[in-house]
Design a binder for this molecule. Structure first.
Ligand SMILES: *Cc1c(COP(=O)(O)O)cnc(C)c1O
Length: 576
């Protein structure tokens, strides 16, 4: 079961799944959850803590108090603990993302950067763990190219790579196929696509004017709007403030100069909508509409209302450049920019979401310095400045620099790089394959084994957890003996387990990664029990002496076959 809460409510499903299993097998809720959670995957979608739904304890009590005690058979306190960082803080609200995490066997973000941001966001649930060991990975979203490609794009790709191109592990084949397409063909394809979009925009605008009872001249004017030979920028968004839909409008006069340049003109297509309750979003749309209404702007820009998938489809098929200007790191992934790839559109985007992992200088353009700046208005102004610069100095000149045949050779080269290297990767089939291989299949297997025989493995897991709960506070480190012999350090560390089965834990030597290297996690094994201290053991491990002794620290972690640590049990005891 994939819990992918764009709104947090989906997380309640983990409770019902456990309750069902609990009822069928007459088990305590705790056991049922330990068994069934292995079959749930939590895909987190927001990049900021305020994006998580939270409810006050009173609200949970009012609506779910009865459910907890009567249906799940647990106290309200234990129920609230599922959604809290600190179960004993009576004023802490109930966090749906925490519930989702505790009800799942694994979690993922939706882009590499979002995985990183999510490890930070969820780190309070893994106290004393290094942030980069917080167990949240990522599967970057992809788009379904057959949905978004134009007829012309379909034809081009079919000729280059065959009909089954999106159906398998053929990233390499697709790359090679597009690389063989000539400049002439790529450019013909692009100009035909621009023509198509301009015709669509004219028709749509003329229809809009006619419906609004505009004059015949206005309707006629709409039918001649734009020119397929002019560089077309597209921007379609939900007008949410974090997406900064008005960054391009930061300096309206400069934007107007850029659009109306007689040598190298630009035309702009904006589409969007804001939530009716989002006054700020509505105001941003109004700003655009007011700008476009100015008579000197009107020939160069259009605002298309009723932003939906159909409109997106037309836009992504025809624009030359797709703009995206979110405030990093708020765009967890973003997918609209992926929709232009198959159609030969190029991206100019903030280094956020998918673009932070896709961007390479020769296949598009980037905004930002790859760091977070909050909602600092000075930074917004600096990025708006950078956006104009990028357009004026790089994008526009490259589009209008033509060879004798009228082809913008550098532009076409960039299109080919973007199409061949990005399209196959940011595709839904790659995404589904990663989910299947990394998550769905392992989760299905783990869940089957935990629920088999009326949840016997679930029971064992709960027993294990209880024994850790009982003994953990008594675990301690004793003396350490270290010897360096040739190329190795040999560590011998005394660990008191106080009757806890050594199989219930794993002792390891740990060293942070340095210089982007990976961290060291070397398992320590029992050399012998301590004769004079019952329940204590000498653990030993040998590590490379390339790193200094002081880099290494021993630690004790929970261990149980098939249990994800720290995902399912975040205890940790460090030697220092
Ligand atoms: C693709 C799409 C989106 C999502 O775009 P983002 O870049 O992820 O914001 C939103 N609405 C529509 C209609 C779309 O087609």
């Amino acid at each position: 079961m994939k819990i992918s809460p764009l709104a947090g409510h989906a997380a309640f499903a983990v409770l019902e799944r456990a309750r069902n299993f609990m009822q069928q097998n007459a088990l305590p809720f705790e056991v049922a959850l330990a068994a069934t959670r292995a079959g749930n995957l939590f895909t987190t979608h927001t990049a900021v803590a305020v994006g998580f739904d939270r409810f006050t304890p009173a609200l949970i009590e009012q609506y779910l108090g009865h459910y907890a005690t009567e249906r799940l058979g647990i106290s309200l306190h234990d129920f609230l603990a599922l959604g809290r960082q600190n179960p004993n803080n009576p004023s802490e609200s109930f966090n749906m993302a925490y519930l989702a995490l505790r009800g799942s066997g694994a979690a993922n973000g939706v882009s590499r950067l979002h995985g990183q941001v999510s490890r930070q966001l969820f780190s309070p649930l893994f106290p004393h763990w290094p942030v980069d060991e917080v167990p949240i990975g990522h599967v970057t979203n992809g788009v379904h190219h057959p949905t978004w490609d134009s007829a012309a794009a379909d034809e081009l790709w079919t000729k280059a790579c065959g009909k089954d191109r999106w159906l398998g592990m053929q990233e390499n084949q697709e790359q090679q196929g597009i690389r063989r397409v000539s400049d002439d063909n790529i450019w013909q394809f692009r100009t035909a696509s621009s023509k198509c979009l301009v015709e669509y925009a004219r028709e749509r605008l003329a229809r809009h004017y006619a419906a609004a009872g505009a004059s015949t001249e206005t309707i006629e004017e709409a039918k001649h709007l734009f020119d397929p030979k002019i560089l077309t920028l597209g921007f379609a968004r939900r007008f949410a403030t974090y997406k900064r839909p008005n960054l391009l409008l930061h300096d309206p006069e400069r934007l107007l100069r850029l659009l109306s340049n007689t040598q190298r003109p630009v035309q702009l297509m904006i589409a969007g909508k804001a939530h009716p309750a989002d006054k700020e979003g509505q105001a941003l749309i109004k700003e655009w509409i007011q700008f476009i209404r100015r008579p000197e702007v009107r020939p160069h820009a259009i605002f298309l209302s009723d932003y939906d998938m159909q409109l997106t489809e037309r836009l992504v098929q025809g624009v030359d450049v797709w703009l995206n200007t979110p405030r990093r790191p708020w765009e967890a992934c973003g997918t609209s920019g992926m929709k232009v790839l198959v159609n030969g559109g190029l991206n100019l985007s903030e280094l956020d979401g998918w673009w932070a992992e896709a961007y390479v200088p020769d296949l598009g353009w980037a905004l930002g310095d790859g760091k977070e700046h909050g909602n600092d208005s000075n930074w917004d102004a600096a990025e708006a400045e950078a956006l104009y610069e990028r357009l004026e100095r790089e994008v526009i000149p490259e589009f209008y620099t033509r060879n004798a045949k009228g082809i913008p050779v550098a532009w076409v080269k960039r299109m080919r790089e973007s199409m061949s290297r990005l399209t196959p990767h940011f595709a839904a089939d790659r995404t589904v394959r990663e989910y299947t291989e990394q998550h769905y299949l392992p989760a299905a297997i783990a869940c089957q084994s935990r629920v088999a025989n009326k949840g016997i493995v679930g029971k064992q897991i709960v027993d294990w957890r209880h024994s850790l709960d009982q003994k953990w506070a008594t675990l301690h480190f004793g003396s350490t003996k270290i010897e360096t012999k040739g190329k190795n350090h040999i560590f011998e560390v005394q660990v008191g387990l106080h009757g806890l089965d050594p199989k219930a834990v794993r002792v390891e030597l740990y060293a942070d990664g340095v210089n982007n290297g990976s961290r060291v996690r070397q398992e320590m094994t029992i050399l012998h029990p301590l004769a004079d201290e019952i329940g204590s053991f000498i653990y030993s491990a040998t590590v490379s002496a390339e790193r200094p002794l002081t880099d290494y620290t021993a630690r004790v972690l929970p261990h149980y076959d098939g249990i994800a640590v720290p995902f399912e049990n975040s205890r940790i005891l460090w030697q220092r």
